[in-house]
Design a binder for this molecule. Structure first.
Ligand code: FES
Length: 171
């Protein structure tokens, strides 16, 4: 299998992690880039059905990867939608893979296994605990029909060497 250096960084999210600028939070998918690198394009919810501070469960990029979509009610880095307040993350803790839970009162994702805490308002950044990585982010886009779609990920889902199986492209 041939994997270019550039695609390796895209698949693993290392390229985004290395970009230590506010732009590194960019969660909007580039137009026309949806589904690139083998990621499926998947409708999650309609914009008009989202309730602020109430997460929506979904699985992405496959059924074994639990994620949540969250409308925060104010603009956040990387947020999409009219208010730039919609984000999504893998909810599997990057420490040892336990599912994290969203606590609406603190607006944090918390892991009950070893008490790591993550901030969805700051790109899933780890706040405290055993984990050494942030929550993997789901790249989102708002379609013309008002649906929020997942189109890719930044960061590895716990326990994976790549988030998706990709096809070898022959030269
Ligand atoms: S599995 Fe979440 S902190 Fe250890």
């Amino acid at each position: 299998m041939t994997l270019s250096r550039r695609n390796f960084f895209k698949l693993t999210g290392l390229g985004a992690a290395a970009a230590a600028t506010p732009g590194a939070f960019a969660q909007n998918a580039a137009p026309g880039n949806a589904g690139a690198l083998g990621y499926p394009v998947q409708a999650i919810a309609r914009l008009d059905a989202l309730v602020v501070n109430q997460p929506v469960d979904f699985a992405y990029p496959d059924a074994a990867s639990a994620c949540q979509l969250l409308r925060l009610g104010h603009a956040v880095p990387g947020g999409i939608g009219p208010q730039q307040d919609i984000v999504a993350y893998s909810i599997l803790c990057p420490h040892m893979g336990c599912p994290t839970s969203y606590e609406s009162s603190s607006r944090r994702y918390k892991c009950g296994c070893h008490f790591s805490v993550f901030d969805p308002e700051m790109g899933g950044q780890q706040v405290i605990g055993q984990a050494t990585q942030d929550l993997p982010r789901v790249l989102l886009e708002l379609a013309e029909d008002g649906s929020i779609r997942a189109v890719g990920m930044v960061g590895l889902v716990y326990g994976r060497q790549s988030n998706v199986q990709f096809q070898e492209v022959s030269a």
